[in-house]
Ligand binder design. Structure first.
Ligand SMILES: Cc1ncc(COP(=O)(O)O)c(C=O)c1O
Length: 470
């Protein structure tokens, strides 16, 4: 593994981190003892930890470093804006040139009449604000019963009270409370786990039917919106059956239910388009939420895009003196917007969307080679989003049991081979920077294959996995 001499004392940093930082999603039972990976430097698709070990950033940060690490021109654009004006309030009728330019450029890519944008601080605040806007909209238009939100199991939409409530990963529901009266979860449209003997087309009918049945059960006059990621990212890169996105929109239109397409992960090139909703899935929603790739993670920023139809309604007749009382000190932060403008310059100049469309099939096809391993049940994804699902029995699709510590094992083996992937239980997710070339894809594949084989050997040695036939 490549190495660089760096002036850090990892043991000391680890002790100081453990003494103070409460990390998101950490296993609190091991928070005070677990080893840390402390990253110190990065460039392109790679980063270096404090011991100087070079690793391929298979997660692209957290699905966000789309243009890759260490872009000098991003550093300059950010520094220039800090010198010019580091902060200005976004509230009321106050604005800044970088925010105006960015709003214009982002909405130019949006489908249909999504020409208005509300800036936030990240993905959770984007989704939360979108849901609150819908609440405002139906109160304002005199339909205050339309409050119920339909979402899906295994969705992830954020970490505020409301966005966590519309998320649906079972593992995240242990010791927190959620809004349950007005939030309804549909079964996940996971083609890999569809009932035996059911075709993908039949499964699509069933999933679309789930939505229609739920709207009818609640009463369309009570349903505000359906919220959906085009592909369920954190739930395990779940690719719904073909046609699902467009058909669920048709159901929403039929019952006057609004549609939020959550593109926090899928936007800004990950699926080969700035927005995937329409170009990839033929879906023109009422609202698109985005964050992450919006600035490639260089500075936090989120947003929701809103249709002119909805915006004109709340700014038209009867609007005087009414406020959408929702916003953040750092909404439309000028430095974040300057980073966003430079991020778009890079994506456009280097045709990163085109690159993803060209390289995506190779990425998917290369990792599908893992399917010959007896513990790999599914390899799925699209473009530069991918999930490998490990199972103990390919026939029954039974996942690896939690007590086998699969995530921990595969993580250690991947890192020893210079790859940072994202193990989640029995799944391993990859969403690398969009600049990845074939050599790096091969490198990541070789590392994950060897890591999987090493874990398999360990499970066999310990008598846990009994070697069922592929
Ligand atoms: C689809 C989706 N929506 C919303 C969020 C929340 O974004 P953030 O972590 O920036 O608040 C995420 C985060 O992973 C996400 O994947």
């Amino acid at each position: 593994m490549a190495q660089r001499n760096l002036p850090f004392d990892t043991a000391d940093l680890t002790a100081r981190d453990r003494a103070h930082i409460i990390h998101p999603w950490i296993d609190l039972g091991t928070a005070k003892t677990q080893e840390l990976l402390i990253a110190a430097q990065s460039e392109g698709a790679y980063f270096y930890d404090t011991d100087g070990r070079k690793m391929l950033d298979g997660m692209g940060g957290m699905w966000c470093v789309n243009i890759g690490h260490g872009r000098e021109e991003m550093a300059e654009a950010i520094a220039d804006q800090v010198r010019r004006m580091a902060y200005f309030s976004p509230f009321g009728m106050l604005s800044t040139p970088p925010a105006i330019e960015f709003a214009e450029r982002v909405t130019a890519y949006a489908p249909g009449d999504l020409k208005h944008i509300f800036f936030t601080t990240g993905g959770s605040t984007a989704v939360d604000s979108a849901l609150r806007f819908i609440q405002y909209y139906f109160n304002f238009t005199g339909r205050p019963t339309k409050k119920h939100i339909i979402t899906r199991d295994y969705a992830y939409h954020g970490s505020t009270y409301l966005t966590a409530s519309v998320s649906g990963k079972p593992g995240d529901r242990g010791f927190l409370d959620f809004e349950t009266e007005r939030v309804h979860h549909l079964p996940v449209p996971n083609t890999y786990r569809r009932p035996d003997g059911m075709s993908e087309a039949e499964f699509c009918d069933k999933c679309v039917g789930d939505l229609e049945t739920k709207i009818i059960e609640l009463g369309p006059e009570n349903v505000a919106c359906f919220i959906a990621e085009p592909l369920l990212a954190s739930g395990g890169v779940i690719v719904p059956p073909q046609g699902y996105q467009r058909r669920t929109l048709e159901v929403c239109r039929k019952y006057d239910v609004l549609y939020i397409s959550d593109e926090v992960v899928t936007g800004f090139g990950r699926l080969g388009e700035i927005f995937a909703s329409e170009k990839v899935y033929g879906l023109q929603p009422d609202i698109i939420t985005c964050a992450k790739g919006l600035t490639s993670g260089y500075i936090p920023l989120g947003a929701f895009l809103l249709s002119a139809k909805l915006y004109d309604r709340v700014t038209g007749e009867g609007a005087a003196g009414k406020f959408f009382s929702n916003g953040f000190t750092y909404s439309a932060h000028p430095v974040a917007c300057a980073a966003g403008n430079k991020n778009l310059d890079i994506i456009e100049r280097e045709d990163l969307c085109g690159h993803v469309r060209r390289i995506g099939p190779y990425f998917q096809q290369r990792f599908r080679e893992l399917l010959d391993l007896p513990i790999v049940g599914d390899v799925r994804g699209s473009h530069l989003m991918l999930c490998v699902e490990f199972v103990q029995d390919k026939k029954t699709r039974e996942p690896m049991p939690a007590e086998w510590n699969f995530a921990k094992r595969i993580n250690a083996e991947c890192m020893a081979r210079g790859l940072l992937a994202r193990p989640m239980g029995h799944l391993v997710v990859l969403s690398p920077p969009l600049i990845l070339g074939k050599p790096q894809i091969d490198e990541a594949y070789v590392a994950l294959r060897a890591a999987s084989e090493a874990v398999l050997d360990g499970l066999l040695r310990e008598g846990l996995w009994r070697g069922r036939a592929a």
